[in-house]
Ligand binder design. Structure first.
Ligand SMILES: Nc1nc2c(ncn2[C@@H]2O[C@H](COP(=O)(O)OP(=O)(O)OP(=O)(O)O)[C@@H](O)[C@H]2O)c(=O)[nH]1
Ligand SMILES: [Mg+2]
Length: 450
């Protein structure tokens, strides 16, 4: 008996559109390769072709299709009846009704041939079908890969619910009959084909998920509103830029840092260290990626709200990546859509330790306002902390609050949201000289008067 490879093997496929240059095309395929590795597959090759569009029935021209099929062991033609499409994709999604299934165990491949063809573009269900017919392999597109990674990495209840919704919405139009012909079935649901039944189940499940999600979101909105008017800075940016590394260094927390795409899927909030008065809260957020599937943007909701409510956004980029400017644009575009471009921001050029002096100078010339640093250098991190503190210091104002004897219970809140410069007493109660953000002071004043 032949020993079978334990890790699924994948071939990448990319179309280079006329407006995409060679560097961007190579970077996109490279990024797809990293996404695929994050899924636990081995990339064994890639096929790419220059074309005017991605709309062709089998995506590739017939020559390229034959080249791809030679790698995967398929017939190379769409009309062939050879090797019916595998129902693996469908099977993988069948557990979707349950809470995040464990990562699928790698399925053994058939000999050394790749089991997967992974395409760097969003495909229509019929393109997927055609490619599967021609290659005999299972076909996933970029969206499918990202949805699957999100599914595996989601940790909190909110993220899990959101990702399950995105996954069902992705899979519903791609469902097909499991048993070739697609006839009507007897028994429960008689009169409905399997396909109709599956689709109806998905609709019901989506409605259920929507309700649950709304309940969870009411909770987290509540928690967030309790943090309003606090000093908040959010780390935002492309996946793998180093946001979590900076978060760790700035707050001394143990958030996950990994050389993986989408290591972080949940927003975490920690206190800037050494602690200031009032405290500064730092949020680490999920990374962005190009061609983010539309339904998944919803699962960024908590991250996006975090960004929208911060007083300062730090756009973190991996300056050692030749495509960092395009990556920055992706993050800015998503945040602009929700109006977060109104939040004051700074550009943070991370991973400077990977660049030589000349490259650093060139960047300084072009982006004089950007903060250059390495998350791995403690001195750089401490400078960044000072910059953050300085930003809030400049935004703060001084004011006087009178705390009547009947409201002494509010003293803790005052100390939490402002810096108390001095405390005096008069016949009504305490008189505090405070320094804080205008919004926070206004809120305290309302509490004292109400
Ligand atoms: N050389 C170098 N590597 C860094 C630096 N900052 C982060 N890294 C590495 O970059 C990789 C990604 O870092 P993370 O902090 O997980 O990145 P992230 O932005 O949180 O990524 P996602 O959570 O996937 O969005 C890890 O392997 C880090 O060790 C840096 O300043 N220099
Ligand atoms: Mg992270």
């Amino acid at each position: 008996m032949e020993t079978k490879p334990p890790i699924p093997r994948a071939v990448l496929v990319g179309i280079q559109l006329p407006e995409v240059d060679d560097v961007a095309h190579a970077a996109s395929l490279e990024e797809l390769g990293r996404l695929v590795k994050t899924l636990g597959y081995e990339v064994v090759g890639s096929v790419s072709q220059r074309r005017d569009g991605t709309g062709a029935g089998a995506l590739l021209g017939s020559g390229k299709l034959a080249e791809l099929a030679a790698l995967t062991g398929g017939s190379g033609t769409i009309t062939s009846m050879a090797s019916a499409p595998k129902a693996k994709a469908r099977a993988r999604f069948e557990g979707a009704g349950a809470e995040a299934a464990a990562p699928a165990a790698p399925e053994p491949g058939e000999g050394p041939r790749p089991d997967f063809v992974i395409v760097d573009h969003e495909l229509s269900p019929s393109q997927i079908r055609n490619l599967e017919r021609a290659t005999g392999a299972e076909v996933l597109d970029r969206t499918g890969v990202i949805v699957e990674i999100f599914h595996r990495h989601a940790n909190t209840r909110e993220a899990k619910l959101q990702v399950e919704m995105a996954r069902l919405k992705y899979v519903a139009p791609r469902l097909r009959e499991s048993s070739g012909g697609g006839g009507r079935q007897q028994g429960p649901g008689a009169g409905e084909s399997h396909l109709d039944l599956d689709r109806r189940k998905i609709r019901d499940r989506l409605a259920e998920l929507k309700d649950q999600l709304e309940a969870v979101q009411r909770d987290s909105d509540h928690r967030r509103s309790a943090r309003r008017d606090q000093l908040r800075v959010a780390l935002v940016g492309y996946t793998n830029a180093g946001k979590s590394s900076l978060m760790r260094a700035l707050t001394g927390s143990q958030v996950l840092v990994e050389d993986k795409l989408f290591a972080t899927l949940d927003t975490t909030v920690r206190i800037l260290q050494p602690e200031t008065r009032p405290r500064v809260l730092v949020s680490d957020t999920v990374g962005f990626i190009k061609q983010l599937p539309h339904d998944l943007v919803a699962s960024f909701r908590s991250t996006l709200t975090e960004a929208l409510e911060a007083s300062l956004l730090l756009y973190v980029v991996d300056a050692s990546d030749p495509t960092w400017e395009a990556q920055l644009k992706v993050s800015q575009d998503v945040l602009r859509e929700i109006g977060a471009d109104a939040v004051p921001s700074r550009l943070v050029l991370n991973k400077m330790d990977r660049l030589d002096e000349a490259a650093r100078d060139a960047l300084r010339e072009r982006f004089p306002d950007a903060i250059q640093l390495s998350a791995h250098r403690p001195g750089d991190v401490s400078d960044l902390r000072d910059t953050i503190v300085g930003f809030f210091e400049a935004a703060m104002v001084e004011d006087t609050l009178s705390l009547p004897y009947s409201k002494q219970g509010l003293i803790g809140e005052i100390y939490d949201s402002a810096r108390v410069l001095s405390e005096d007493y008069d016949e009504h109660g305490r008189v505090l000289r405070v320094r804080g953000l205008p919004g926070a002071i206004a809120r305290l004043r309302r509490g004292l008067e109400g």
